[in-house]
Design a protein around this ligand. Structure first.
Ligand SMILES: *[C@@H]1O[C@H](CO)[C@@H](O)[C@H](O)[C@H]1NC(C)=O
Ligand SMILES: *[C@@H]1O[C@H](CO)[C@@H](O)[C@H](O)[C@H]1NC(C)=O
Ligand SMILES: *[C@@H]1O[C@H](CO)[C@@H](O)[C@H](O)[C@H]1NC(C)=O
Length: 422
């Protein structure tokens, strides 16, 4: 089977290994209210990362005229701890010595005694309102020279006239650029509220930043107006992939309407984050019960809007089904005659409560033998043994404790779908 390898870097977001230090401006000009937005911004970035001593390590420093290490790279052991800490991150006002802060980060934080790891990418994210009282250029260079990739997030006072902002901060020649050393790693936001919209871009960029320059399509392709220099969504991960994906759902005995909607939202969101098109990703949806089946074949819709609409129109059925039978039924929709592209990579995503009443080992094996990769998403108290029977690989089993937890799985599922088969 041919399968185009996704672009390097973007794909392994959830397996990202990095030491990330946030260097946060706490000067007077930011103000209490905006500092609260900075806290939320940090939280949302950290929430999106697999934080832990073996995955992503996070450190935090705040600075005014002096720099204070709030957390070293080996201070926190899990995400909850650090999120709690960020909630109460102190704000003390004062001046803005960004250069000194970079110097401090290099000498006191990005060091092995404080948790810096060898062979792991090193990232600094500097968040400032951009009016440093000392020289940043040399300090930034020194920090970068020790192997740290530096991102700079600049925040402007939104109430300043826009012209003033553009004139005093022409994007190519600002302090941010001096800090980051590359315009692709700088972000301006017009106000603190705008921080809310950029966290995903930063995360994805961090994940791509260990690739070579020409492997950073996310950074150049998606220049957004409105100051966002590099918003890159997860969809970039699937951009180069041609693949057929069928969701197999509704094998539940009675789930509340709200949960059913959550499941629809999950499918729509996965679709939304993929690049759909005749020569790109095709999606199909199958919903089964004993007496009804609804099938949206792979070649019915080639746009996100049409797919979403079709999913919205799905009605809940309340009878459980035989999963094995459903999988056998799904087999034919991967065939060319029903709109499948058997020469490409094909996947079936079974969303199940894992209580199939029939025999599923054989139907699942038969489908896999045709080259279709099966993923199982178990919701509620799905039986893990049965999920494994469906996929035959623990790597392809996802567990959502409940329907809401599907949301957390989204990116992992998408990225998995785009992962090279090896
Ligand atoms: C700068 O921050 C430190 C630590 O947060 C604080 O102790 C100090 O008072 C602040 N400096 C000024 C001038 O406010
Ligand atoms: C933003 O600018 C306005 C007008 O120049 C000023 O009144 C306000 O205090 C500034 N706000 C902050 C947080 O600096
Ligand atoms: C299925 O059950 C849900 C929740 O009990 C209910 O809201 C829905 O109307 C039912 N649908 C059908 C087709 O019976």
């Amino acid at each position: 089977k041919t399968f185009i390898r996704p672009r390097h870097g973007c794909v392994f977001l959830w397996r990202l290994l990095a030491d990330i230090v946030f260097i946060v401006d706490e000067s007077t000009s930011i103000g209490n209210k905006n500092f609260q937005l900075v806290r939320s911004f940090l939280s949302s970035i950290v929430s999106g990362l697999e934080v832990g001593l073996t995955n992503v390590r996070v450190g935090i420093a705040t600075y005014n005229d002096t720099t204070t290490a709030r957390a070293y790279l080996n201070t926190f052991h899990d995400k909850e701890e650090i999120l709690q800490f960020i909630k109460n991150l102190p704000y003390n006002r004062g001046g803005t010595k960004t250069g000194a802060a970079l110097d401090f980060a290099r000498k006191e934080i990005f060091i092995e005694q404080k948790g810096r790891r060898k062979g792991v990418q090193q990232v600094a994210v500097v968040i400032t309102d951009g009016e440093s009282q000392d020289d940043v250029t040399d300090q930034a260079k020194l920090l970068r020279r020790t192997g740290v990739t530096v991102f700079a997030v600049g925040i402007q006072n939104a109430s300043k006239p826009e012209l003033d902002m553009m004139a005093s901060h022409p994007p190519e020649s600002t302090e941010l650029l001096q800090i980051a050393g590359d315009p692709k790693r700088t972000v301006f936001v017009g106000n603190f509220d705008a921080l809310k919209s950029i966290n995903k871009g930063i995360i994805t960029d961090i994940c791509t930043s260990d690739g070579k320059e020409n492997e950073l399509p996310c950074l150049t392709a998606r220049k957004r107006e409105n100051i966002l220099r590099f918003l890159c969504s997860v969809s970039a991960a699937c951009e180069d992939v041609q693949t057929d994906i069928i969701f197999l759902t509704s094998i539940f005995e009675r789930i509340p309407a709200k949960e059913y909607q959550t499941m629809k939202d999950f499918m729509k969101s996965v679709i939304h984050k993929s690049t759909i098109g005749r020569n790109k990703v095709h999606f199909g949806v199958m919903q089964f019960s004993n007496d009804q089946q609804r099938v949206l074949p792979l070649n019915r819709h080639y746009s996100k809007e049409d797919m979403s609409k079709a999913i919205d129109e799905m009605q809940q059925v309340n009878k459980s089904t035989h999963t094995g039978k459903a999988i056998t039924e799904a087999t034919k929709y991967f065939e060319a005659i029903q709109g499948g592209r058997p020469d490409l990579r094909q996947s079936l995503i079974v969303i199940t409560d894992g209580k199939a009443e029939d025999y599923i080992v054989r139907p699942a094996a038969a489908l896999r033998a045709k080259g279709v990769v099966i993923y199982a998403i178990g919701v509620l108290d799905a039986n893990p043994a049965q999920l494994l029977e469906i996929t035959n690989s623990p790597d392809s089993v996802f567990n959502a404790r409940n329907f809401d937890a599907l949301k957390d799985l989204e990116n992992r599922v998408i990225l998995k779908l785009c992962e090279p088969t090896g």
